[in-house]
Design a protein around this ligand. Structure first.
Ligand code: GLC
Length: 732
């Protein structure tokens, strides 16, 4: 008789987020802020209240908007990064009847002045502290312009690399995504920006991987896979939340009161404000749930969307909806209270003209570059390295560098960050490698292509000739050098343009091939993995990243990244992740088990995978106890040894599985990780503390359950774990 004590910790797993800490520079206490908000609110006209609940589209010229600010009809702006305009808007706000300060928002995510690698690469470092540092530096650059609100972090969990926006997140796992969500919120906030954790919720599960399509998400999936990184962001103090474009089970989130008000504001206790996504309120008409913008605006507002991003609906119609009773003034007041609360918490009411006098403020470029270099170094993932093709040592005489991307100074391939920024000096991979050639080593470069994307050949034969003269070929390919991220969904994830043809030709030369892949998502590299001796995922390395890439290729720095997302063998395997349910017929290779007849069941490279220039052995796993009560803990000691000839970093990963439960549970779930560095021959025992409460899950009724049951704990350097041990959670 198996004990299944169902603990209905109703909602305890989603206990209200810690109230946003009041910033020391403001009124000093939450109560003082609430009192100030109430006093201000009592003085506001309806028009002034509605003025706090929207910003206009990106329309220029700004002059009419500055006048609207002076009349108290606008309280925020998007993409104003010219300090002269920020000063003008700020002056207009000060001169308005109530002097309510402005929010200035941009997508300060990873590429403002210095371009960092994208957030998916931050996750590949498996070092949330680096993500915090990167976010802090990006925020500092934005704050120096006068910006004070960023539409970041994006924390959408996704198992679907067809969806281009995986570049902005932290991959397929809720636990890893939560760690990076909290770190990024802390970093952006420490850099002086209010954050907007996005896109609430489930946006990373679009049907067919096509951006903006609908999602079908069960309650347990919502609460256990997609919600945790948002809760982590709220616990870290995110002042705002951005609602997502998608429907969940047929209902657009932008009009979904159950999610925006009942779950986010009531159950999670979120006391900041919720903004729609860009013109998403107007899109309710296209969703077929509103006849026109007016009806859409009322629907969204009643759902709990406090702030209208650029649809114009709130500005045009909220006053009329109040006048005819469709919306209560009290509801308007609640939304305005949330916006004012955030502005007070940010200390905006303490600002004076002097705070805008010397914009843009200088930022220490060298420090930001150092961060960008460090993030890039630790983000690269070496997927394979047969015959020690890497690093390129002094013994590697002649090196052929093939691919026009290697000579491209293009920093950043997404449209994120304000346009028109003068991108600072960057070193191409070609230059960085040339600077690292030792005596006796030569580097010969051939672009092969006429464009940095590898679309058209410039001179394939010349590239082949260069390869034939070399001892090793470094071939730099790129997912796409023009568009990344939003609205870039793909059905084919192989090498684009002529890049695969070039690889086939290089493989014909018989030379060892090091494939360097610049990408913002997992690609399908099944054939390439047969042709290349080494594969290094470089993500989009950014302003300092190609220098970092040369450091890793030449062995100055060892690669230490691990995959935050599974690399599939074929698009047909997608959606794909490591934490799947076992099914009633786990894959055994026979026809009548879960698998494909035309493809292997396994990924090409699994979640958590990544190699370095040494090797590690997982010697043992030892539990402090063979069992723990539902409120107890167990220590798990994992001993790892460096079995190679040089120091190296390893991400020790801990996974668990509930072997028997009231619903089918994943074959493994990431519960903890630690990145350690070991000298050659060094062994170290890493201690993880497992809490039974962390092993719970939600059922269809949304109840959080921690069940007395048998479990397995597994450890390794990837989700293909090396060690395991069994334990039991008992009733008490
Ligand atoms: C977009 C994106 C969102 C972004 C917003 C403002 O369409 O979905 O992530 O923050 O517009 O640029």
């Amino acid at each position: 008789m198996r004990f299944l004590l169902v603990f209905t910790l109703l909602g305890l797993s989603l206990a209200p987020a810690a109230a946003n800490p009041v910033r020391p520079e403001t009124l000093g206490s939450a109560a003082a802020i609430e009192a100030a908000v109430d006093r201000l609110l009592a003085r506001m006209t309806l028009k002034e209240k509605i003025g706090q609940l929207h910003f206009p589209s990106l329309a220029f010229p700004h002059e009419p908007q500055i006048e609207a600010v002076r009349r108290g009809e606008i309280g925020a702006m998007l993409n104003v990064v010219d300090p002269r305009y920020i000063k003008a808007f700020a002056a207009a706000a000060r001169e308005s009847r109530l002097g309510i300060p402005m929010l200035y928002a941009i997508d300060a995510i990873y590429a403002l002045k210095i371009t960092f690698p994208p957030p998916l690469a931050w996750a590949a470092t498996w070092r949330p502290d680096l993500a915090e540092l990167a976010a802090y530096d990006v925020a500092r650059e934005a704050r120096a312009l006068g910006v004070n609100w960023t539409f970041a972090p994006m924390v959408d969990v996704s198992r679907d690399p067809r969806w281009g926006r995986v570049i902005e997140g932290a991959g397929e796992d809720a636990f890893l995504a939560s760690a990076f969500s909290a770190a990024r919120v802390k970093g952006y906030r420490r850099g002086g920006l209010a954050t907007s954790v996005k896109h609430f919720v489930g946006y990373g599960a679009p049907e067919g991987g096509r951006d903006y399509t609908g999602t079908e998400i069960s309650t347990p999936e919502l609460l256990d896979r997609y919600l945790p990184p948002f809760k982590a962001a709220l616990d870290a103090g995110s002042e705002t939340v951005m609602a997502s474009f998608n429907t969940i089970n047929g209902v657009p989130v932008t009009m979904n009161r159950a999610l925006v008000t009942d779950l986010l504001k009531k159950r999670l206790g979120f006391d900041g404000f919720v903004t729609s996504d860009f013109v998403a309120i107007g899109e309710l008409v296209a969703h077929g749930v509103a006849r026109d913008l007016e009806e859409a605006s009322v629907l969204a507002f009643k759902a709990g969307i406090d702030f209208d991003m650029a649809s114009g609906g709130y500005d045009l119609y909220l006053a009329r909806a109040v006048a005819d009773g469709r919306i209560k003034v009290g509801a308007i007041d609640d939304a305005v209270r949330r916006v004012l609360r955030v502005k007070y918490r940010l200390g905006l009411f303490d600002q004076t003209e002097a705070d805008f006098a010397n914009l843009p403020r200088p930022v220490d470029d060298a420090a930001v570059r150092r961060s960008a270099r460090e993030v890039a170094r630790e983000s690269f993932v070496m997927l394979k390295n047969d015959k020690a093709a890497l690093p390129l040592t002094a013994a590697t005489g002649r090196i052929a560098l093939i691919g026009s991307s290697a000579d491209s100074a293009q920093h950043d391939h997404s449209w994120w960050g304000p346009s028109g920024h003068q991108k600072p000096e960057t070193e191409t991979l070609r230059a960085a490698l040339e600077h690292r050639m030792r005596p006796g080593q030569t580097l010969e470069y051939a672009p092969a292509f006429a464009d940095p994307c590898g679309r058209e050949f410039k001179d394939k034969d010349a590239a082949i000739a260069v390869a034939k003269r070399a001892d090793v070929v470094v071939y730099n390919v790129i997912e796409d050098c023009e568009i990344q991220g939003e609205g870039v969904s793909r059905t084919k994830l192989g090498l684009s343009g002529q890049q695969k043809t070039m690889l086939d030709a290089l493989a014909q030369t018989g030379k060892p091939i090091v494939l360097v892949v610049e990408t913002g998502r997992p690609l399908v590299l099944a054939e390439a993995s047969q042709q290349a001796d080494a594969i290094l995922i470089a993500w989009h390395p950014g302003t300092e990243g190609r220098t970092a890439l040369a450091e890793v290729l030449t062995g100055e720095v060892a690669p230490s990244g691990k995959l935050p997302m599974t690399f599939p063998r074929a698009e047909g395997q997608i959606p794909m992740s490591y934490n799947v349910l076992p099914t009633g017929r786990p894959w055994t290779g026979s026809r009548y088990t879960t698998g494909y007849v035309d493809e292997k069941q396994t990924p090409l490279y699994p979640f958590g995978h990544g190699l370095t220039y040494t090797t590690f052995a997982y010697d043992k796993i030892v539990l402090s106890e063979p069992k723990m009560p539902v409120k107890g803990t167990i220590d798990v000691d994992v001993t790892v040894r460096n079995t190679g000839s040089r120091a190296g970093a390893e991400v020790v990963q801990l996974y668990t599985r509930q072997l028997v439960a009231s619903r089918s549970r994943p074959v493994k779930e990431l519960r903890a990780f630690e990145k350690i560095t070991l000298k050659p021959g060094e062994a170290r025992t890493v201690r993880f503390r497992l809490k039974a409460q962390d092993l719970g899950f939600h059922n269809d009724a949304g109840r959080f359950l921690v069940e007395a049951a048998p479990y397995t704990v597994m450890a390794g350097g990837s989700s293909d774990t090396a060690l395991l041990a069994d334990f039991v959670v008992t009733r008490d």
